[in-house]
Design a protein around this ligand. Sequence first.
Ligand SMILES: [Cu+2]
Length: 428
Amino acid sequence: MTTTIFGTLARQAKRQAGRLWALGLAAGLAVTMASVGPAAAHGEKSQAAFLRMRTLNWYDLKWSKTSVQVNEEYEITGKLHIMNAWPAAVHVPDRAFVNVGQPGAVANREGVWVGGQFTPRSMLLKVGETYEFRILLRARRPGHWHTHVQLSVETGGPIPGPGQWVDVKGNFNDFTDPVKLLNGTTVDIETYQLGRIYGWHLLWYIAGAAWVAFWFSKRGLIGRFVQVATGVSEDVIITPQERIIGAVSLAAVLGTVIIFYALTSSSYPNTIPLQAGDFHNIQPLAGEVDSGPLKIKYLGGNYKVPGRELVANFKITNEGKEAVRIGEFNTAGLRFLNPDVYTTKVDYPDYLLADRGLTLSDNSPIQPGETKDITVTVQDARWDTERLSGLAYDVDSSFAGVLFFFTASGTRYPMEVGGSVIPTFLPV
Ligand SMILES: [Cu+2]
């Protein structure tokens, strides 16, 4: 039975039907792939709501410019709080790096500083701490680009933060990327030795294509497979002449690599390897999240799915010397403001700013020494457009975020809050 099937297959292969079929499949795949357009969104909304709320809290974000010329530098600065509520589903960021999330290489990342330290590599960030960061970019490709801050966490992947639209104007061909080398010369790494790179790639493409073409012309892969399966003698499958061609090819490839490697390293004797290793000494900010003179107890809450509304009850004690008011709730990059506290317009990406999204059961300030029960209501359509309403369907129905308290003199106390919420599905 088996022999009959393989016998038939062998005859098919002989008639080159298999080869034609494989060629057709490859051509079909290539055509399908060519018609796939570029993705417009960055997919941050597809990440689970609890994950976006409970991993990172970005605040005081500032994009220095939203319209730049090719080669112009701009920067993103802000603070990054690693949430105490970090979920068990994601590995803690003991190896992470701060990055930008953009549609391709539309800007050059000139440098990243975290805690005032230049951090071109991965670093250890501690849960519960807040870090100051600065990302310096140089505009590269003209267009209208959504530019996100992002933290890439080992095993967890990239966790994008808020994004801002940045317009890059000018001519792509004018882009340069000058880098000063240790020997004092400056090279433009956008074009540096590009001819050589193309040349080497071309050489190996030709060698690879010739290798594949040679073996395909000799009965092809399926034909050989069938010969092996039906037990044809090895000498027939690979002839002595083919063995010689294989050996010569191997020697030619190895010889080319060895000779040109030796030539290159003798013409550039002073090189340093690519730098690796992690930073473990990043300084967190003092006096940021959770350093305020406040005691906050979460008393439970619920999430109304039809109303896109989060209701959280807190018992808050003011242990400070000044009266405080709740001015903002920040979670997953969204800012819900109390319009009684934020009376002037806030500069922040509109799709993430609910400037009237926060209401309190009692809007009067909490006096020094006073303990108050306050119900915080966070309600805005952005809950839904940013898909935080998925909270109701998460395996761990817990919210988290940072509440910002303000004193009359302008002092700000960011405090992390969070806990489980009970979803309400009916319009009540
Ligand atoms: Cu985006």
